[in-house]
Design a protein around this ligand. Structure first.
Ligand code: SF4
Length: 499
């Protein structure tokens, strides 16, 4: 499909809105002044900004399947900031035209960013009342009332957690991008360890990771930073053997002031990696929170996504973890998996709630790899039921005593829906709030880790990227350590400004 730009080049926003309605479509772009003056054959979207004396006219003309649909909006020329507003209003015109054509309800409207709650925090901090913020969501971004309510509840449940973060606070993220095998829906960079070569890589990886942790700890000490939470994520961290987990947790215990830390989490993840020995190593190291992620309690679904364990294996792991005495267990579920449907998803949710974990996180499937994923079932049939699955989860979980406390959006989720973490009161995972709302610095170690440098006095978020893949991480290790020098400069610059 071709998108034509006239009088403007708001490619980023216009393309994002088009992807909401046509997620897997490849777009071509044509701009003013390019040679090809003819309109393209087939489907196209023409977007136009025309500035009059006092008013700017923003127009979207969508030719689709032989019919034409229009979206038209206006903007005063005195609007400040003009460019940004013109871009937003043009997005709405495009949204109007595409909605008329397809009939698709996009519950998040033209709010395409991944952190709607952060946006809500921001507008409140700018002095808007909750009613004014609600009106911005609804009128300026066309967000549906139930999504606004979800953001409001989430924000309310984050307040205490955010208030506890100080100006020198930081959290530590440790990346284990390995899994026993690859799930068919996976969109992460994670290496499966089902070959001897991959297992050898993992063996080399853990000691290097410890070296990087040592460097990060040193920087944090020098800058007088206060460690709030530690999160070991993946991949599947319990892909590591009990001995490797011990090596890693011992290193963390030696290098970081773990007795002062509020929260220590390991995303154990898959039942086929969890053993009693590994859980005992984690518990002994002071880990209080783990994830055991069923994704679904339907064995047919688990088979379709390439899991080598059954729903009963997850339940057994859960009971084992409870017996060992973790303070909080999270379970991730996914709405929209192949072979699933509304009633099966409802049974999954009910099974999870009966087990009564402290946290349940409901994800919406991303459709990057849908062609592989949906070989055995019809994506459309599952996709149509996803809003009901997500809606059912929100309604029931709140009846069962779970409240939303963090939410984020990803590109290409089925029906553009969100991922929401629910928790029983007082059992929220603080790290999730800090990372999602970008409250304080996250120092990240390991392949794929992205450190985010944040200071309350600075609106900037500086990112330091580690190499993505374990083999690059190992071969480019010196470069990774070098990049960490930026952490010192960031805090130095901040201190200089204060002084
Ligand atoms: S467990 Fe998670 S990270 Fe690992 S392959 Fe499956 S989806 Fe990807």
């Amino acid at each position: 499909m071709t998108i034509i730009f006239k009088g403007q080049e708001f490619k980023y926003e216009v393309e994002n809105v088009c992807k909401l309605f046509f997620p897997l479509t490849h777009f071509q772009f044509r701009y003013d002044g390019e040679k090809d003056a003819e309109l393209p054959e087939g489907d196209f979207l023409l977007t136009r900004l025309k500035k009059g004396k006092k008013t700017t006219f923003l127009l979207a003309v969508f030719y689709w399947q032989g019919r034409c649909y229009l979206g038209r909006r206006k903007l005063s020329n005195n609007t400040v900031p003009y460019q940004k507003e013109a871009e937003r209003i043009l997005s709405i015109a495009v949204f109007d035209a595409l909605k008329k054509a397809t009939g698709i309800e996009v519950k998040w409207g033209v709010m395409t960013g991944i952190r709607p709650v952060k946006q809500m925090h921001y507008w409140l901090a700018q002095g808007n009342t909750p009613e004014q913020v609600r009106a911005i969501f609804q009128n300026d971004f066309l967000v549906a009332p139930q999504k606004i309510e979800l953001c409001e509840k989430t924000l309310k449940n984050q307040r205490e957690i955010i208030a506890a973060s100080g100006k020198n606070s930081y959290s530590l993220y440790v990346s284990i991008p390995f899994c026993p095998t690859r799930c068919s829906y996976c969109s992460f960079v994670s290496s499966s360890i089902n070959t001897p070569k991959a297992r050898a890589l993992l063996k080399e990886y853990v000691p290097k990771l410890c070296e990087e942790l040592k460097v990060l700890a040193q920087i944090a000490r020098e800058r007088n930073l206060k460690l709030e939470t530690v999160y070991i994520g993946g991949g599947t961290p319990t892909t590591l053997s009990a001995q490797q987990l011990e090596l890693l947790t011992d290193c963390i215990a030696i290098e970081f002031p773990m007795d002062e830390v509020r929260e220590y989490t390991v995303e154990a993840g898959r039942a086929d990696t969890i053993t009693e020995e590994k859980l005992r190593v984690l518990r002994k190291a002071g880990v209080e929170r783990i994830s055991i992620n069923p994704q679904s309690f339907n064995d047919r679904v688990l088979q379709a996504i390439g899991r080598k364990h059954t729903a009963q294996d997850v339940i057994d792991c859960y009971h084992m973890a409870q017996k060992i005495g973790f303070d909080a267990i999270n379970m991730d579920l996914i709405a929209g998996l192949p072979e699933d449907d509304l009633s099966s998803f409802q049974r999954t949710l009910e099974t999870a709630a009966k087990l009564s974990p402290e946290n349940i996180t409901v994800h919406t499937l991303t459709i990057k790899r849908s062609s592989d994923l949906f070989r055995t079932s019809d994506r459309k049939t599952v996709e149509e039921q996803v809003p009901d699955m997500v809606g059912y989860a929100g309604e029931k979980l709140s009846q069962w005593g779970y409240e939303p406390y963090y939410l984020y959006r990803q590109k290409n989720t089925l029906q553009n829906l969100e991922n929401v973490g629910y928790a029983k009161a007082g059992k929220e995972c603080w790290y999730n709030v800090y990372i999602m709302e970008e409250i304080h610095t996250i120092l990240a170690a390991g392949a794929g880790g992205v450190s985010k440098l944040i200071h309350p006095a600075s609106p900037k978020v500086n990112r330091i990227f580690n190499f993505k893949y374990p083999f690059e991480y190992l071969s480019g290790f010196e470069e990774i350590l070098k990049r960490k020098e930026e952490i010192g400069s960031f805090y130095q610059a901040y201190q200089n400004r204060i002084l």
